[in-house]
Design a protein around this ligand. Structure first.
Ligand SMILES: NC(=O)c1ccc[n+]([C@@H]2O[C@H](COP(=O)([O-])OP(=O)(O)OC[C@H]3O[C@@H](n4cnc5c(N)ncnc54)[C@H](OP(=O)(O)O)[C@@H]3O)[C@@H](O)[C@H]2O)c1
Length: 367
């Protein structure tokens, strides 16, 4: 299998174009497409298969996908631990970017064939075509390539939701962001900087901390070298942080309790460090500090909730991509065929930002 470098290069893109063009011509004519499927297990169980192009349901739009990306939810789904919501595609992929190919019945939004769009999906994005609800599309920012835009929907909408809708961040708040080099973390740091909140990141390497600082983080601590709790307290003059974005859960639980300020808000949105907690006077401290702990998911929210989130994000955040103030952070871009490599890379915990999968060659397709 061709090995793509961690960053895109021209010869690799050419290879991708040549190897997929013949297949695409045949598959489009026969109503089939290439898509990621799997048997539950490790990355070696991932395959590129030939499946039918999705049929549109009411209010759905068919996208010709140019780029997609992977998320932690995909790795959980691959292991058989996170099934798609009922009735949704069992093809992996929570986001996709491409052009509108076809409009289904009942579509009332202003999308038209040929529009460049990004989609937040309940599944199905790691494929040559995907059906998306019309309400869950956003325009690709001006002058942005599809591969760049594929790093936006899932992690930026998550970070935006966690900060503004769930965490209700206020200007000048101090926000503790765990996994500061992650896709969600790097988006959250940029959103805080632009909004006027201060950020402290926790990450597993100095490189990730330095990168987060380059995006606007005020301080960063390496959880693999020492406890972050005393440093957070020292940095906040003993007060603690106003808001915690927590995707780690169990292993950071008691440090989080001690790092949060009185009446702070603690948003739990992932459990990478385990779903159980050790014994201790946790409830006593939660009571004394009047801490608000709130869990949050995105994939299983209603269409109406996601539509409102996307409308808010489109209005308040998307313009900052066109102006250059926000940038999608991409660690690696791989061709769709390298899906096994992509999952292995994500699970290595070495990445900073997103892993994007290129599905089609934008430049060649436009010729
Ligand atoms: N609830 C929601 O709505 C929602 C939506 C999207 C994502 N998520 C969750 O958000 C989290 C981040 O997702 P992502 O796609 O941005 O991840 P990502 O880019 O793959 O980054 C995850 C990083 O977390 C760190 N990490 C992994 N295990 C850890 C542990 N046990 N303790 C501390 N740090 C650990 C690793 O970096 P270092 O250890 O090097 O720092 C790893 O690179 C995931 O848990 C994901 O499931 C939730």
């Amino acid at each position: 299998m061709f090995h793509f470098s961690r960053f895109r290069n021209t010869s690799a893109l050419l290879y991708l174009h040549i190897t997929t063009t013949v297949f695409r011509c045949v598959s489009t004519m026969s109503g089939t497409m290439r898509a990621v499927n799997f048997e539950p297990g490790g990355p070696e169980n991932l395959r590129i298969g030939s499946v039918p192009v999705p049929k549109l349901r009411e209010k759905e739009v068919l996208l010709k996908v140019y780029a997609t990306a992977i998320n932690r939810a995909d790795t959980l789904q691959r292991k058989g631990l996170y099934p798609p919501p009922p009735g949704e595609s069992d093809i992996l992929g929570l986001e996709a970017v491409g052009i509108v190919e076809k409009l289904g019945s009942g579509c009332v939004k202003t999308w038209k064939i040929g529009d460049r769009v990004m989609a937040l999906l309940p599944g199905g994005g790691n494929a040559e075509f995907v059906a998306s609800r019309e309400e869950l599309l956003m325009p690709v920012p001006d002058n942005m390539e599809f591969n760049q835009a594929a790093a936006i929907p899932e992690v930026w909408l998550t970070a935006f939701q966690l900060l503004f809708l769930v965490g209700k961040v206020k200007k000048n708040d101090t926000v503790l962001i765990h996994a500061g080099g992650s896709g969600v973390g790097t988006a959250a740091v940029q959103l805080c900087r632009q909004f006027g909140a201060r950020t402290i990141v926790v990450a597993g390497s100095q490189e990730k901390i330095d990168f987060a600082k380059s995006l606007g983080a005020e301080e960063g601590f390496n959880y693999k070298e020492s406890m972050f709790e005393p440093k957070v307290l020292q940095h906040t003059d003993g007060k603690g942080v106003d808001l915690i974005l927590d995707c780690v859960g169990g292993s950071f639980f008691s440090q989080n309790i001690n790092s949060i300020a009185t009446e702070g808000t603690w948003v739990v949105y992932g459990l990478m460090g385990g779903r159980t907690i050790d014994t201790g006077d946790h409830l006593g401290k939660i009571l004394q500090k009047r801490i608000t702990i709130v869990g949050s998911t995105l994939r299983t929210r209603s269409i109406q909730y996601k539509e409102s989130l996307i409308a808010d994000f489109t209005q308040r955040a998307l313009p900052h991509f066109s102006s250059g103030e926000f940038r999608p952070i991409i660690d690696t871009t791989l061709p769709l065929d390298s899906i096994q490599e992509a999952h292995t890379l994500m699970e290595s915990n070495k990445t900073t930002g997103k892993i994007v999968l290129q599905v089609r060659d934008q430049v060649k397709d436009e010729l």
